[in-house]
Design a binder for this molecule. Sequence first.
Ligand SMILES: [Zn+2]
Length: 427
Amino acid sequence: MPADLLESQQKMLRENWGKDTGLIDKIKIFFKYEGMCLGDGKYLDYAVSVTDRIFKDYHAPMVYIDTFPNAAIPCYNKSHGHALGYGRHIAKGNRDLCVQVLEKNPTAILACESGSAEYLLDVMHVTYHKGLFHVGYAIPLFSTVYQGFLEYAGWWMWPPYEKDEDFTSNLAFSTHLGYMPGSSVGGGPIAQLLQLKATPEDPKTKFFNATVDMRTKYRDYVASGERLRDPVVEGASPRELHWSFKGGKYPLKMSLAPVLASRWEKNNEKGKELILVSNDSAQKQAVVVDGHKMDLEPYSWHGLEVKREDERKITGKMTVPLPAAAKGNDEVKATEGYVFGPVLGIDIEKKLLTVESVDSEGNTAVKKTLKFQIMPESKFEAEEGLGKLSIGDMVEVYYQKQGEGQEFTGIVEKIIYKPEGRKPEEG
Ligand SMILES: [Zn+2]
């Protein structure tokens, strides 16, 4: 920045704040722009009136406020009546703008950039959420925890798409995380499809349209509901995909199954859930999702509305993979089961044993916790009984699977203690 502008800023600081000239001399000012202060009542009134006019004069249903909420820039203007420097006035000013616009326009929809701030959750509706733009390094926790408060756009996906599935998998993945298709930076998928001259018959276009239709149909779940724990998908192996970020830079290799699933609770209807499943591949897929058998067309979405009560029963009998169900036999009987894994819990009084099983689904390890009932006829090998086992012991368990409504997975027929399963340092 030009020295004179920097000097003028420093002069302003000396005059209005002026306490520590040594500090002011060291200040580097990165932006030429002067951040307006919403802690200034006059500027707040102005900002509210401009926004209000967009709704009143142009009848816009929605206003997008760019680079909002404002970065926390300290303000030293004594005439504003707030504490000098940083302070509550920064967040309060942002919030007051939204509150006052909504008071004047109760049906208005407010959208903003980077609006993932807790103090705006009840007054902001849509945000271009950049909290996650590199899935390799980030945990998409904010959009998961606060799903239903805001709608999130802004998942970063960029060409080149070497294969159609590079596009469709990226779109499917972000949709399961609760993002709506679209973004401002990079134009988002619609602009990209136009740039790529994708025809209506292009798989990318078809899957994009299917995604929009799905979100419209299930918006009470996916847009405004609550995201629950992801279902377990059995029967689809991961394949390698290539994603890009920020104008095609930073290529990222992803290993993802063609079938992804998420689970949602309906807005304001406790117990009504949606199992949402996508097939972003060119092949048909046959899978079992949380115990539900599904056949999926290429590049398609499938929603299964369920009641939690019914699901508990299914989950109760589906805590281990059921080959019988996967093969098309919907009637699940008590069948023989087997698991090998570490002991997680021992309840001598109730004669219950908890064991962790790790199944591999393609390259993905899926951990499950299985609870077993020990009966007088249960046999122990290489160990005398439940009381002799310790947490962390590796065991093989042969058991009879239990039907629905049971609090445990099975009744133990035989437990084989495997001392070689423990590391020497563990004793
Ligand atoms: Zn101020």
